[in-house]
Design a protein around this ligand. Structure first.
Ligand code: ATP
Length: 290
């Protein structure tokens, strides 16, 4: 399938030339349109990992995911917790389509995600972590990184930075938005995280994958980052690898991943009542087994 512009509409076409001109699936047209025109509620697909098996290419004797099934409800936040090595980052890699499942499939609105061109898929997914890759360009350019220049105005960048609680610290830098970002670490880690959040707010993709910071920030930065994340997650289909109790408590559902499967699934209260692994994690405050 290919995404093409037709007048001002984005349409999805089958790659087979004999299919050109056929009406594209209106559902996917609306999904892609909402994703690329700016986010709106036309996006309506749940994302399902269906019986997903996966081994890394160099380690194909080891199943890292073992028939994992999980539904990410459209517009809801799913918090992923579990021991180190359980497969959390691997799930993220598959959702981002850096790898494909060995068996099983990932669907959106019931359709296999493989019908999307990978570049189109990259437009509908934002991945945010708190130690993001920043480039040796200005802070403003870092926020707009990856978006086509002609669509991004200075105003848009400032608006995104404000929504990410990053504006104040950016204007306190020597050259404000024009300040060059140097080596890793030249910005405080809370600042780096908020630039990544501003970037995702500007990109406005309907699917959000979040890897929460493990390192503690000072209380003020922590609160600012948390607020910015809440703003970013609102209404997006979010999967967050959660390290903080507050994030899991507020999630619509919590998925406990163990040995490449989802071992427990429910809300914070449901999982506490179940008195299983999640409950014992909360008891020891070692959510990510760190
Ligand atoms: P953590 O909380 O420590 O980040 P995780 O739950 O995210 O752990 P994964 O990083 O998904 O777990 O790892 C699952 C398993 O896959 C581990 O046994 C790990 O060693 C293995 N693994 C991860 N990345 C690769 C890779 N690129 N090649 C081969 N094996 C890998």
């Amino acid at each position: 399938f290919t995404l093409r512009e037709n007048d001002d509409r984005l349409e999805l076409f089958k790659d087979d030339p004999s299919d050109l001109g056929q009406a594209p699936s209106s559902h996917f047209t609306s999904i892609l349109k909402s994703a690329t025109d700016g986010y709106n509620l036309a996006w309506s697909g749940d994302i399902c990992l269906e019986e997903v098996y996966f081994s890394y290419p160099m380690r194909d004797d080891v199943d890292v995911l073992n028939g994992l099934t999980l539904t990410l409800k459209c517009g809801h936040v799913t918090a992923l917790v579990g021991p180190s090595g359980a497969g959390k980052s691997t799930i993220v890699q598959l959702l981002a389509r850096f790898y494909e499942p060995t068996r099983g499939r990932i669907t959106v609105a019931g359709e296999d995600v493989r019908i999307f061109d990978k570049r189109d898929w990259a437009r509908v997914v934002s991945i945010v972590n708190q130690e993001p890759v920043l480039f040796s360009v200005s802070v403003g350019e870092n926020i707009a990184y990856g978006l086509p220049d002609e669509n991004v105005s200075k105003d848009d960048i400032v608006k995104a930075a404000k929504a990410a609680n990053a504006h104040e610290f950016i204007i306190s830098l020597p050259q404000g938005y024009e300040t060059l970002v140097g080596e890793r670490g030249s910005l405080l880690s809370g600042g780096r995280g908020r630039i990544a959040i501003a970037r995702a707010i500007l990109k406005n993709a309907p699917i959000l994958i979040l890897d929460e910071a493990t390192s503690a920030l000072d209380t003020v930065s922590e609160r600012l980052v948390q607020e910015a994340l809440e703003h970013l997650m609102k209404g997006r289909t979010t999967l967050v690898i959660a390290h903080r109790l507050s994030t899991v408590q507020n999630a619509h559902q919590i998925a406990l991943c163990a040995e490449g499967k989802i071992a427990e699934l429910g809300t914070h209260l449901e999982l506490l009542e179940r008195k299983g692994v999640y409950a014992s994690l909360v008891g020891t405050q070692r959510l990510a087994f760190e």
